[in-house]
Design a binder for this molecule. Structure first.
Ligand SMILES: [Zn+2]
Length: 355
């Protein structure tokens, strides 16, 4: 079955249920590489986030994207190196990039990344020096560039450079040029997620493919590679948390701690724009369910007393995202702008919000 074939019972693409599993820890893990954690998250705010960082920190888009692409490609490299079937390196030499990229293309449609098509490679046969792809409605241009660069680097074991240009408002052309420099073994390593705490999250699962039945709240358009929440129309995609953490970590390293404030505030705004009052006031059970389905972790505590909101998240995914989310929910619930303090304690992220 192709990644874009749908389960006959629940309709979720097999590219999702076959490659990922929703665990009782409130996590989404890659089946082939369980240390690789994923989140299923709103994607449209990402490119907005990069723009905000550029204007707030006074850096050019080129510079910021360069940092994002470099960090994402390192994470992709490490992930693919660990998880690609052993024969792919050999096979790719024989069948060429088209077959390999065809697989990435189909998987990308199922993951909500947009529609990827291969342009061409130069020279046409043998080891490529340049490869062109087109992507329509990308989930994020710089993250996709990082993925593509990382994939080429894993197959060729050589460093690659990347160029990109917008063709129109939806389509982008991206070209990878492979260099001569050999990549060393340590350039394929990145920290995976350690084991997480079991939290007893239970799902109604599809009897045929095992995916949570709640995924039926989303609509997969497998022609365009766009996943939307049926009720709100919000677009989502699957992101690897090691990749996101690597990108955010590198941005902090290069541009300073203010990056974290911008991510938190971006996510707060995003929550305000996309979440309804009913959802925010739906109580801990509803928020717990939504958080786990997105792979964000298990919402252990969520209590609003007087004007103070206390949130404790077990196995938290990406801390600044969760703090921003909590701030947004707080604002929707109380009508007040909140200030957050947060700390990590073993497997828990504890957030306190006051007006
Ligand atoms: Zn199913």
């Amino acid at each position: 079955m192709k990644p874009t074939d749908r389960c006959g019972t629940c309709g979720v693409p097999v590219g999702i249920s076959r490659t990922m599993t929703w665990t009782d820890e409130g996590l989404i893990r890659q089946r082939r590489d369980p240390a690789h954690r994923m989140i299923f998250f709103e994607s449209e705010n990402l490119d907005r986030l990069w723009e905000t960082m550029c204007s707030e920190l006074g850096v050019t888009r080129e510079h910021l994207w360069e940092i994002v692409i470099a960090a994402k490609s390192r994470a992709t490299r490490a992930f693919l190196k660990r998880s690609l079937p052993w024969y792919l390196n050999t096979v790719s030499r024989l069948v060429g990039y088209r077959a390999m990229i065809r697989t990435i293309e189909l998987q990308g449609l199922a993951m909500g990344y947009g529609k990827i098509t291969v342009g061409g490679q130069f020279p046409e046969r043998g080891r490529p020096r340049r490869i062109t792809v087109y992507i329509e409605d990308p989930y994020s241009v710089p993250l996709f560039c990082g993925d593509f660069k990382g994939a080429a680097e894993v197959l060729e074991r050589r460093a690659a450079g990347i160029t990109y240009q917008a063709l129109d408002s939806r389509r982008h052309q991206i070209e990878v040029a492979l260099g001569e420099e050999k990549l060393e073994e340590e350039e394929f390593r990145v920290d995976g997620e350690k084991m997480a705490r079991s939290c007893g999250v239970a799902y109604m699962r599809c009897v045929e493919c095992g995916a949570p039945m709640d995924l039926q709240e989303f609509e997969w358009d497998l022609e365009t590679g766009i996943i939307r929440e049926k009720e709100t129309g919000r677009r989502l995609a699957f992101f690897g948390t090691p990749g996101l953490k690597a990108v955010f970590g590198e941005l902090v390293h290069e541009l300073g701690e203010r990056v974290i404030d911008i991510i938190v505030d971006g996510e707060r705004r995003n929550t305000l724009a996309s979440m309804t009052h009913e959802e925010a006031r739906g109580g801990p059970e509803l928020l717990r369910k939504k958080a786990a389905l997105r792979g964000l972790g298990y919402l252990e505590e969520f209590s609003l007393q007087d004007d103070t909101l206390r949130v404790s998240m077990c196995n938290p995914a990406v801390d600044p995202y969760l703090v921003g989310l909590a701030l947004g929910v707080y604002e929707l619930m109380t009508g007040k702008y909140g200030r957050a303090t947060w700390s990590r304690e073993e497997d828990f992220l504890n957030i306190e919000i006051k007006p």
